[in-house]
Design a protein around this ligand. Sequence first.
Ligand code: RET
Length: 247
Amino acid sequence: YFPFSEINITTRGSDWYWAVTAVMAASTIAFLAMSMMVTRERRIFHYITAAITLTASIAYFTMASNLGYTPIAVEFQRNSSKVAGFTREIFYVRYIDWFVTTPLLLLDLLLTAGMPWPTILYTIFLDEIMIITGLVGALVASSYKWGYFVFATVALMGIAYNVVVVGLSHSRALGSTVNRTFMVCGVWTISLWFIYPIAWGLSEGGNVIAPDSEAVFYGILDILAKPVFGAMLLLGHRNIDPAILGL
Ligand code: RET
């Protein structure tokens, strides 16, 4: 006897997760194919980008199979009163994916700006704080979860500062081709990353939208932040001499 009713994805959510799995896997193959069309010195960005979409395909395979989650007690509003006795499916595998892939996305981006290693590592440290506090907050049932939301959002602001302000000053010094690619990919990334806390607030945070809607929200964000970002970055690198980045 289990006293809770579970709020989970349905077959529609699962089908959508399978579709995203296919997009991530196809992008991985495309990025590896593109790597064979460029000189060895240019391949590192293809390998980093392919590693990102490969990791995402495994995470999406897991969620499509309705695995990699744990039930967390939630309340919600019905007829102006709080209803208890429900659990929501929280996909912790999402955070394992992000823990691996968001540092690689930052590496792609900040190597393109020619940023020094200590600053790249410090930005990745802030990113690890953001993902881990987001995970802990998602797994906490009480309203303490919003404390973790604040920690993660403050870390995201530090990341945004290092990308937009510090990154831009480095990329500017490397000429207009580097600067244009970094600018487009950097603005794209930071704009998208600030939408993730909204998805979290409506899903893991406030239990406002159903797990199927969560699947669509995060799925679209992840496609824009991984394969679409990757394609934009790699197209930009076709005109960049790796030597001026110190690579
Ligand atoms: C969390 C928790 C709530 C507060 C903030 C968050 C930020 C998450 C971000 C995730 C980015 C993921 C990407 C995945 C790649 O596909 C953890 C949701 C600020 C920015 C880019």
